[in-house]
Design a protein around this ligand. Structure first.
Ligand code: HEM
Length: 495
């Protein structure tokens, strides 16, 4: 909070008369003004009109995905020297601390939906660095359902409410997944034990995409981020979640806030997997394919830091609902990879923020840089606060205005061939099922039983046999035993 913000909130909380928005004292906040006793209400009752009008405008559009969430502030501390891989200033010294804001979320549910549901969880971290805010907008899973941004609106339409019934429909969900075999890995993950975390504190986070790190010498590396919970992984079974979602829809939000209030600050140990840039072309999997992991045997986890959450927001609307995170918010030494999903996201979030919060969303206290200041020549727009005063609003200028550095934030990536609607390239061991099968075979017998039961319970709700069969066939291709058991379980439920 800036000094002005603090002065303002102190003034608002001091005692004094109730006022209108323009600051005039209010005489009566109980009875609206009427023409005589029992007569109609007068338009001159400014307080009544102002209250009703403001109330009508309290909601802003909810996020089109990840609408339901909770956030907290904290600290990221560097625990290992990573300067051989990145020149990002906030990662430059062991022991260095950076303020963060983290927003957790579910994906499909609306703003008022329950927390304890089977759904990926968003894990969006804003690092307030001295070189600008760095946002890592990830999930609690290292992978995703699709690998091209052009499919995202279709995918999300199948997860949200059907235009005719107004409810989520098993037909739509399984139709899309059955026709999108690349989803098999993430669907196996989601219907496994980690599909319903017991709280936001008891789950891991991932950057999920591959990102570029570049060092002072200009060498580049491909990097994946992992945040391992220090609280231990805890999950809910489908039955436990159903009960909790009914009894306490706010379970995860409440758990996070109360833990921080008790001084039990949740933390995560942060790791990276690092791939030298020249190994990408010959790696056995396409390293930019979001439906795949890099097995730890190929690229081990290296610990780089600790993330702790230790401060609750004071106002949920101002700091959580209006928080904006963008995968395009990079800092020097960190940049995008050619992952087609990430590339689409670089556009989608800024666009969402301009629609949802407005063109000056970056000026709000939760969103603006805290360890530096933004110096742009952009001006005006709705709710512009005049922060630039009389400074020149163009560049170049002869009045000492901010100018470019001439140093790119990240390194160029070589490309070949002609433009076209190309599918992401496949590498030697790539197909849509290999890692889904590997994940299934890693599970214990009990885990497999729960996975099959969770999947079968949902597929059995599909109304058409061809849609159910196509969905089951993807799991069959991942592993013959997986497919056989699932088919039998679905048949038993469908009769
Ligand atoms: C191309 C695919 C995707 C598109 C087009 C997309 C688009 C969006 C949009 C429009 C929002 C709402 C933003 C807002 O209103 O503030 C959002 C939120 C979010 N997305 Fe995505 N998304 C995509 C894929 C992903 C993936 C792969 C992940 C994780 C690895 C992810 C994680 C999140 C998170 C965590 C949020 C909530 C951020 C917050 O807490 O404010 N999204 N996404």
């Amino acid at each position: 909070m800036s000094v002005q913000d603090e002065a303002l909130s102190a003034a608002i909380s001091t005692t004094g008369p109730l006022t209108t928005e323009s600051g005039a004292p209010v005489a009566d906040n109980q009875n609206s003004e009427t023409a005589g006793l029992g007569g109609p209400v007068l338009v001159q009752d400014q307080l009544l009109l102002e209250k009703l009008a403001h109330f009508n405008r309290e909601r802003i559009p909810e996020r089109v995905v990840h609408a339901r969430g909770a956030g907290a502030y904290g600290t990221f501390t560097v625990t290992a020297d990573v300067t051989r891989w990145t020149r990002a200033a906030f990662l430059s010294q062991v022991g260095k601390e950076t303020e963060v804001f983290l927003r957790f979320s579910t994906v499909a549910g609306n703003l008022g939906s329950a927390d304890a549901v089977r759904d990926p969880r968003g894990f969006a971290v804003k690092f307030y660095t001295e070189e600008g805010n760095y946002d890592l907008v990830g999930n609690n899973t290292p992978i995703f359902f699709i690998k091209d941004a052009i499919k995202f609106p279709d995918f999300i339409h199948t997860q949200k409410r059907d235009p005719y019934t107004g409810s989520q429909e098993a037909d739509n969900v399984w139709d899309f997944w059955g026709l999108s075999p690349e989803s098999t890995h993430q669907v196996t993950w989601l219907f496994g034990d980690r599909g319903i975390p017991a709280s936001y504190r008891h789950m891991d986070g991932f950057g999920s995409h591959t990102f570029q790190w570049t060092n002072e010498a200009g060498e580049s590396f491909w990097v994946k981020y992992h945040f391992k919970t220090d609280q231990g992984i805890r999950n809910l079974t489908a039955a436990e979640a159903e009960e909790l979602a009914g009894k306490d829809p706010d379970s995860h939000q409440r758990d996070l806030r109360e833990a921080i209030e008790r001084g039990e600050f949740p933390s995560w140990t942060v790791y990276v997997q690092v791939m030298p840039a020249d190994e990408a072309a010959s790696y056995r999997f396409n390293p930019f394919d979001l439906t795949k992991v890099w097995p730890h045997g190929d690229y081990p986890l290296t610990e780089i830091g600790k993330l702790e959450l230790n401060r609750n927001p004071e106002n949920v609307f101002a700091e959580v609902e209006q928080a904006i995170f963008s995968p395009a918010h990079f800092v020097p030494g960190i940049g995008p990879s050619p992952d087609k999903m990430l590339q689409g996201r670089l556009f989608a979030y800024g666009d969402a923020h301009r629609y949802r919060v407005g063109i000056n969303a970056d000026h709000l206290p939760v969103n603006r840089p805290h360890a530096t200041v933004a110096r742009t020549h952009s001006r005006d727009g709705f709710l512009y606060d005049g922060r630039h005063k009389g400074a020149k609003n163009y560049e170049p200028n002869s009045f000492g205005g901010p100018a470019q550095t001439d140093r790119p934030l990240w390194q160029p990536v070589a490309v070949t061939g002609a433009t076209g609607n190309h599918a992401a390239p496949t590498h030697a061991e790539d197909n849509d099922f290999v890692q889904a099968g590997n994940l299934y075979r890693l599970m214990t017998e009990e885990e497999k039983e729960r996975l099959i039961a969770n999947l079968a319970g949902f597929i059995a709700k599909v109304s058409r046999d061809d849609i159910a069969e196509r969905a089951i066939n993807n799991f069959r291709q991942a592993d013959a035993d997986y497919g056989k058991r699932l088919e039998a379980a679905v048949q038993a439920l469908r009769g």
